[in-house]
Design a binder for this molecule. Structure first.
Ligand SMILES: Nc1ncnc2c1ncn2[C@@H]1O[C@H](COP(=O)(O)OP(=O)(O)OP(=O)(O)O)[C@@H](O)[C@H]1O
Length: 250
């Protein structure tokens, strides 16, 4: 089996009086597409943020390879992991190639003072856009793109960043069927190239087709973790989404 790229052990997270994550242990491996599913409020985004090192857990540890995430500088984390947010948050009319080139800013030496990236950045951006089959968008204004085009551009930026782990929060939201198919094809290609894809989704049926592995989260607890064919059964899906919020607060 491939070595763990990112792992979490016994993660607990409290927010005010609420326990948001409870004793969660997961392992992500190179080349895997992992779907994170659960009802609204289950803790999916909170878990992503802990895994990305954006929120320190109250208990447990996250490991990037053999190193604890909390012992790594932000730049080192950024070179390994990229967060691909829902794709509608940028309003300034940057050109696509510049949005992608911004992925270089996390690299050594560029954080201090530099606004726009180094001379190699544009070539790197174009190469990443080609990998995401989006080079034809290079000179368009980012905010004018469709949701699916923006996702592809943000994935290209993650590639420029050098990230091996790509973390996506509900990437299919707002995409029509054709764009969802295109995104699924890009994620499959990235996984074949050895990237790890971790994405939240509200669509268990499509997750069975488009992911290798599933994590089921409910009330902050990991209910199941395994290959999609084993984990995403009709019974498990029903149980995941039925009578939500009735379990005791812990
Ligand atoms: N900063 C915070 N302060 C208080 N409560 C929080 C905070 N962040 C998250 N929570 C609570 O933690 C729980 C999990 O939230 P989270 O956003 O992780 O769920 P989710 O599974 O991503 O939900 P959704 O599918 O609706 O996006 C929710 O009850 C939420 O209200």
């Amino acid at each position: 089996m491939t070595a763990a790229l990112l792992s979490a052990e016994h993660i607990g997270l409290r927010r005010g009086p609420r326990t948001v994550l409870k004793d969660i242990s997961v392992t992500l491996r190179a080349g895997e597409r992992v779907a994170l599913l659960g009802p609204n409020g289950a803790g999916k985004t909170s878990l992503l943020r802990v895994l990305l090192g954006l929120v320190p857990p109250d208990t447990g540890h996250v490991w990037l390879g053999a190193t604890r995430l909390r012992d790594l500088p932000r730049q080192a984390i950024a070179r390994t992991m990229a967060y691909v947010p829902q794709a509608h948050q940028m309003h300034f009319p940057y050109r696509v190639r510049d949005v992608v080139a911004l992925g270089r800013i996390g690299q050594a030496g560029l954080l201090r003072g530099a606004v726009l990236p180094d001379t190699g950045a544009d070539a790197a951006a174009m190469s990443a856009l080609r990998r995401m089959r989006s080079e034809h968008l290079a000179d368009r204004a980012f905010p004018a793109l469709s949701g699916g085009e923006r996702q592809a551009v943000l994935l290209a930026r993650a590639l420029v960043q050098g990230a091996r782990v790509l973390v996506l929060d509900e990437p299919e939201t707002g995409l029509d069927w054709g764009q969802q198919q295109h995104l699924a094809m890009l994620l499959a290609e990235l996984a074949r190239q050895g990237h790890t894809v971790l994405a939240t989704t509200h669509d268990p049926v499509r997750a069975r087709e488009r992911f290798d592995h599933a994590l089921l989260l409910r009330d902050g607890r990991l209910m199941a973790d395994g290959p999609v064919a084993r984990v995403l059964t009709d019974g498990a899906i029903d149980a995941l989404y039925t009578n939500v919020g009735r379990s005791p607060e812990g």
